[in-house]
Design a protein around this ligand. Structure first.
Ligand SMILES: C[S@@+](CC[C@H](N)C(=O)[O-])C[C@H]1O[C@@H](n2cnc3c(N)ncnc32)[C@H](O)[C@@H]1O
Length: 237
């Protein structure tokens, strides 16, 4: 997969791309990520990228010319074009999975009050990382990139698994413990220490159902539940 990111803050994006799972995926060439500074595509001598909004109002708006120029010069129009915006559809597991099958993503990060609508109109979709406003789309791009890249086959090593993660099977993940078996009077559930993998799997699945019911009951409406799952849930209720 190839990902191009257009931002006014390349260093914010580049710093994270060197780290951990994403850094390894880039190193193993499972994904190629190029970061473009929108300011480099401004043609005026002050490298202006923003201007005040027509009709008045607070703040500044990213101008269309440098962004269009960046798309033209880097041949980005053919990729799946995403504008990060609090007004977009909320990012979720299914969306990340869907985007991980794309060959080429182009992610546009806004700043200031936003981006000229003529740019937004050229995008394939707008994605939000949640119902709140942050100051800089570069931060949102890291959330999107991470969520998408970890869904690419082979990106996660043997020790990590996307299938067991929350949302992958429609449920929240079960509680996890590590050594020591007792800490400040709190004990790890006996079943996890017993080594019976079948019982451990059953316990974990029940805990997943329980946690989802308590925290995100609406997820259960869409999850694929077996007859046994429904019986377990009825007992918990
Ligand atoms: C200060 S925000 C602009 C918010 C805009 N005035 C509005 O009310 O919709 C600047 C940029 O940060 C990014 N951003 C802010 N909140 C976001 C969110 N929840 N999801 C994705 N991107 C976001 C967008 O790229 C946005 O253009």
């Amino acid at each position: 997969m190839k990902i191009d990111v257009l931002t006014l803050f390349p260093s914010v994006v580049l710093a994270y791309l060197k780290e951990s799972i994403i850094g390894r995926a880039v190193g193993r060439e499972l994904v190629q990520i190029d970061v473009h500074n929108i300011r480099d595509y401004s043609s005026d001598k002050h490298k202006t990228v923003d201007d005040s909004p027509y009709g008045g109002g607070p703040g500044m708006i990213l101008k269309p010319e440098p962004i269009f120029e960046a798309f033209d010069k880097n041949d980005l129009w053919k990729g799946r074009k995403i504008f990060l915006s609090p007004q977009g559809n909320s990012l979720n597991h299914n969306m990340a999975e869907r985007l991980s099958t794309e060959k080429h993503l182009v992610i546009l990060c806004g700043h200031y009050e936003g981006v000229d609508q003529r740019v937004c109109d050229k995008m394939d979709e707008e994605i939000s990382i949640g119902d709140y406003v942050i100051s800089n789309g570069a931060v949102a791009s890291l959330v999107l990139i991470d969520a998408v890249v970890r869904q690419i086959p082979e990106v996660l090593g043997n020790c990590e698994s996307v299938e067991k993660d929350s949302f992958a099977n429609g449920l929240l993940e079960y509680p996890q413990y590590t050594r020591p078996a007792e800490f400040r009077g709190e004990k790890v559930p006996d079943i996890l220490l017993g080594g019976n993998h079948k019982l451990i799997e059953e316990w974990r699945h029940t805990q997943s159902l329980k946690k989802t019911l308590l925290r995100r009951p609406e997820l259960l409406e869409k999850a694929k539940l077996s007859r046994d799952d429904k019986l377990i849930l009825n007992k918990i209720k």
